[in-house]
Design a protein around this ligand. Structure first.
Ligand SMILES: [Zn+2]
Length: 344
């Protein structure tokens, strides 16, 4: 148990689950333990805020802190935003949340829980993951960073060599995930993206959001596959694919080879747009508790081969890293952002 002291909380509101983390005054994570709860986005805004506050209270209790120790709260949440702290139409969340003043609601809920006003900040979850992970990679190395995190969608972040990220004038910078994929390089029909734009965004090719579509395309090629007899939903079948790929299932492997290749193309796009030295891959795919080393080696090999073909600069100068903070990176990034805003 930690001794009480000033900490900065970070809440990560993903489309599927919400997580809580914290950093101390030096910016070091307070706890490596991952605590997550369902975001319950279909139950509306109040249910989501209640979930954040429950998660924060559980975290404080488990780590030996109180609200009086909390100097700031950061929130990581997917964009796009209509304005700072106001949701736009998020690709993987209900449309009814569009226009929600989520930062005001968080600020009010935190003030009620703590009995005083506590500073709050927010940013795109992908950018905050990059902000936290870049701090690890840049220590002793320097160089700018692009991070790609395949999860429900494809989180993206660009972090300058000085460790800062530029959120863009509308908090939507570095959003390569919704740029068109080079569809002519894939042996699959164009995939639809949850954002609603019809120019074949690269996000579904690289993330969970596209797995049901890829499964519908590839499954008929494997007539003996057990998934033909499964009564699971499309989403459940899609979620089973990573486990199957790690067991050597040929169908699942073909799908993840394609996803890794697509991520390689996204890296080449990042290279052309930002010319970073470091590429960090985050998300569950690089989590040692979620994937085997053999799976990760195969995934990175496919990804790098695709990237090497299309980068604009000398590929040998690019440095590849697996995220170190695991699924806590967005929450830690949110905590670091509010720490920075309060301490300069
Ligand atoms: Zn899109």
């Amino acid at each position: 148990m930690n001794l009480p002291g000033k900490i900065y909380l970070g809440i990560d509101c993903g489309a599927t689950t919400s997580k809580v983390g914290a950093v101390d005054t030096d910016g070091e994570p307070v706890s490596p333990r991952l605590r997550q709860s369902s975001t319950r986005s279909t139950d509306g805004a109040q249910a989501i805020v209640d979930g954040w506050m429950r998660g924060a209270a559980d975290f404080l209790r488990a780590e030996g802190f109180r609200w009086s120790d909390v100097a700031g709260v950061g929130l990581a949440i997917p964009g796009p935003y209509l304005d700072y702290g106001v949701l736009g139409k998020m690709p993987n969340m209900p449309e009814s949340l569009k226009g929600w003043h989520f930062l005001d609601d968080l600020t009010d809920a935190v003030a009620e829980a703590a009995g005083r006003t506590i500073p709050t900040v927010t940013a795109n979850d992908g950018q905050l993951a990059g902000f936290a992970e870049a701090r690890v990679v840049q220590a002793g190395h320097g160089g700018s960073v692009f991070m790609l995190s395949p999860g429900s969608g494809l989180g993206c972040a660009y972090v300058r060599a000085d460790g800062q990220f530029d959120p863009g004038d509308n908090h939507a910078a570095a959003c390569l995930c919704h740029l068109p994929a080079p569809v002519e390089l894939f042996d699959v029909p164009p995939l639809q993206c949850g954002c609603g734009y019809d120019w074949n965004c690269i996000e579904p090719y690289t993330s969970l959001s596209g797995l049901p579509q890829l499964l519908r395309h590839y499954l008929p090629r494997y007539p003996e596959h057990p998934l033909h007899r499964s009564s699971a939903t499309d989403k459940e079948k899609a979620l089973s694919l990573r486990g199957l790929a790690q067991e050597g299932d040929a169908l699942a492997r073909e799908i993840f080879d394609l996803q890794a290749t697509a991520l390689g193309y996204a890296i080449a796009m990042a290279n052309r747009a930002y010319d970073p030295t470091h590429i960090i891959i985050g998300g569950g795919i690089v989590d040692p508790e979620a994937t085997t080393e053999a799976f990760r080696i195969r995934y990175f090999k496919c990804m790098k081969e695709a990237a090497a073909k299309y980068v604009w600069t000398d590929f040998s100068k690019m440095r590849f890293h697996q995220a170190r903070l695991g699924e806590l990176s967005q929450a830690i990034g949110a905590a670091l952002l509010v720490r920075q805003s309060e301490t300069g």
